[in-house]
Design a protein around this ligand. Sequence first.
Ligand code: GAR
Length: 219
Amino acid sequence: MAAAHPLAFPPPSGRPARLVVLVSGSGTNLQALIDAAADPAFGAEIVAVGADRDGIAALERAERAGIPTFVHRVKDHPDRTAWDAALTGSVRQRQPDLVVSAGFMKILGAGFIDAFAGRIVNTHPALLPAFPGAHGVTDALAHGVKVTGCTVHLVDAGVDTGPIIEQGVVRVTDADHADGGEALHERIKTVERQLLVEVVGRLAREGHRIEDRKVWIPA
Ligand code: GAR
């Protein structure tokens, strides 16, 4: 059994944790974090929102809340490594305690993961390790599962393979097979937003340690 690691990042004392949130779409998870962070007791502030594309509702949500934004599109860089380096640079400049991937639909590169190791949180719309990747909701539905849900986890070098922090369960109904998973994804997102806010708040206030893939947040 591996030895316990020390805290992956120390609980910030006397100041809110600095969050950078990465987005690609509608940004309802981001909105939940923005709303939660309005209360100083949450213990975290969103210092920037980054995206891999322009013209998305998530960026409008950030702008409405007065949060600085940045965009790095893969196609504006010579290759994926250069894109990853640009993204890493923009995030590093904001000196985050935690990076939250909230509906960010690009795989983060090795450089990014090394730079923020143990401090990148992702939310995924399935019960990992089942149904990783970009189609977690429809893959679960196609497999015929009766329950699915969402997973908030730390990001490692694999695709949705990092240590699990918390999960939420959602039942699949027969009707979910009729609309391609849209209603199911909305039900998952309702659970997911609450879970993400709860986990990010606890991490920001308490920090965490990782032991043999298990993530422990002090009570
Ligand atoms: C969320 O359900 C999130 O889990 C999913 O995208 C949605 C974003 O919603 N992410 C993935 O599928 C990543 N593989 P939002 O833009 O409304 O927050």
